[in-house]
Design a protein around this ligand. Structure first.
Ligand code: AMP
Length: 196
């Protein structure tokens, strides 16, 4: 049985960093970031990558069929049973689509959706800090102040509905992301390990 943890959080919440540290420390946990998987496809230069790039560079969500294919193939190919996926769901449509898929799927259980919560202020400072610190060639096309507000709005708009949906299923776990990295990672890691 595969055990799935979804990790959501505003741009700059640190969700990808937190999850990759946890997977790096635990052989029985694997981590996939939707943003990283999509950027890899863009970097491959494929036609699909070019399509994806058109959305990412504007801060827009890639279409549902692309993101569903991306996460399903990651889950199917996961080398271990405990899977952290960060960056999904980012819309009510994505949440519903995954819920319907999981209903039909006996081999995958959604254990929890972990929300790494930060204020817009903290998110913005971190994103603009990341943009200023990026090495030449490693800049992200979407780490600019203009695109930040679009990404933040896209994150915030469906958030209440996503929170309500998972709260009603007893599947929402909120972690305070406005702390130093270590205590955030420690809390998330403890929660994941207690529930696998
Ligand atoms: P991130 O690295 O999580 O900030 O994601 C970077 C970009 O990838 C987002 O702004 C979207 O363009 C795209 N993306 C990541 N996750 C998703 C998703 N679940 N659905 C649609 N687009 C996504």
């Amino acid at each position: 049985m595969k055990k799935l943890f979804l990790i959501i959080g505003a741009p700059g919440s640190g969700k990808t960093t937190d999850a990759s540290i946890i997977a790096g420390k635990n052989d029985n946990i694997v981590h996939y970031s939707t943003g990283d998987m999509l950027r890899e496809e863009v970097a491959s230069g494929s036609e699909l990558g070019q399509t994806i790039d058109g959305f990412i560079s504007k801060g827009a969500l890639v279409p549902l069929n692309i993101i569903i294919d991306t996460i399903i193939s990651a889950i199917k190919q996961a080398p271990v049973d405990n899977i952290l996926i960060d960056g999904y769901p980012r819309s009510v449509e994505q949440m519903t689509a995954l819920d319907e898929l999981l209903e039909k799927e006996d081999e995958i259980t959604l254990v929890s959706t972990i929300e790494v919560r930060v204020s817009e202020e903290v998110a913005k400072d971190r994103i603009l800090g990341r943009a200023a610190d990026a090495k030449p060639g490693e800049e992200r096309s979407d780490d600019s102040v203009e695109v930040f507000y679009d990404r933040m709005k896209i994150y915030t708009d469906p958030l209440a509905e996503i929170q309500t949906f998972y709260t009603n299923k007893n599947l929402l776990t909120v972690i305070n992301g406005e702390r130093e990295l270590d205590p955030i990672v420690a809390e998330m890691e403890a929660f994941v390990k207690e529930n696998i």
